[in-house]
Ligand binder design. Structure first.
Ligand code: RRO
Length: 327
């Protein structure tokens, strides 16, 4: 059976739907070299950056297990200049998406201008409007006016043909899905949204030591892993419904198995990003993910991602649901 796992994001053809989530294994050139070498990762997303390097929050600032993670890295990064150089080096072998996370609207605009004025080796810009971990900096995309203000100014910059997408935080209330989509629909040049960033400001504690497992922000940090998947899928599905077709959705959240990739695409994702699983297993874990996903497609007799993308059924196919406590 002919199997085609390729997909498109912002018109860019990717030979597999799997890429890293920004922040994971993508801060230094050494880490990015490993992402580059994996034939199953179709693109590289760089660590969210600021104009100048940042050390980030004090350690311990990451804690993870095979199924879950909490982090408060605090936007530790090597600077935009560094990642522009990364794009120049690695775009020869695969698309590189630059993640930008300025600490103000002005910094975001200045960075986008810098990217526009660069030699434009990057394949696209992912504007991170959802970092939960910088002390005293709210997550921009929870403030719809601030989000609109930044996007107005960013889309005034002429990026030529370079596509721009945004990374969104998880939303939980239907009103917020609509309010966010109402803002995003104002920008015809928006090419994708990535749903979701980590679920901000969770708290994980070690009951034996009676201590928080990470230390910045009194132990509060962004959650990732299996239990964020239902939230991620809801966001993928809602934004797929609410945004125009030319805006792709990149699913991110709880991708630990091949079936998770399948579920994200079923909800409408064009591709997926992998965070906790990649952090915990390293690049060596990626082939398993790819092959499991391929096996799901074979089992279900799908040939391409288009065969099932966005085809989630939401009306009952089974009338007597034994899981319904009232039936
Ligand atoms: O660096 C971080 O603490 C961080 C960022 Br910028 C982000 O967007 N999401 C996250 O979970 N951590």
């Amino acid at each position: 059976m002919d199997l085609d796992l390729s997909c498109y994001v912002a018109g860019i053809k990717l030979n597999s739907p799997i890429m890293n989530a920004s922040g994971v294994c993508c801060t230094t050139v050494k880490q990015i070299e490993e992402l580059d070498e994996s034939q199953f990762l179709s693109a590289i997303v760089t660590k969210s950056c600021t104009m100048t390097p940042r050390e980030g929050n004090p350690k311990p600032r990451y804690y993870g297990t095979s199924s879950f993670s909490i982090n408060s890295m605090g936007l530790a990064n090597m600077s935009l200049k560094y990642y522009l150089k990364v794009a120049e080096t690695f775009s020869k072998s695969k698309p590189v998406f630059l993640s930008l996370a300025g600490l103000s609207a002005e910094e975001n605009v200045a960075m986008v201008k810098n990217v526009a004025a660069s030699e434009q080796h990057a394949s696209g810009v992912e504007l991170n409007l959802s970092c939960p971990n910088v002390p005293n900096k709210p997550q921009i995309a929870y403030d719809f006016e601030a989000m609109g203000d930044i996007l107005n100014r960013v889309f005034e910059v002429d990026l030529g043909n370079m596509p721009l997408g945004v990374k969104l935080p998880p939303y939980f209330d239907p009103v917020h899905f609509h309010q966010s989509a109402d803002v995003l629909r104002n920008y015809p040049k928006l090419r994708w949204v990535t749903c979701i960033n980590s679920i901000g400001n969770g708290l994980y504690i070690d009951p034996i030591t009676e201590e928080t497992v990470i230390h910045p922000k009194k132990g509060l940090g962004g959650l990732g892993g299996s239990f964020v998947k239902p939230t991620a899928l809801a966001n993928v599905k809602m934004f797929r419904e609410l945004l125009p077709e030319q805006v792709d959705i990149i699913g991110c959240g709880g991708v630990l198995r091949g079936m998770d990739i399948f579920e994200h695409i079923l909800c409408g994702a064009s591709a997926v990003q992998v965070g906790t699983y990649l952090q915990e297993n390293g690049i060596d874990g990626i082939p398993r993910l790819y092959h499991e996903f391929k096996d799901v497609m074979i089992l279900k007799e799908y040939h391409t991602l288009d065969d099932f993308r966005g085809r989630l059924k939401t009306s009952p196919t089974i009338m007597n649901n034994k899981n319904d406590p009232a039936s």
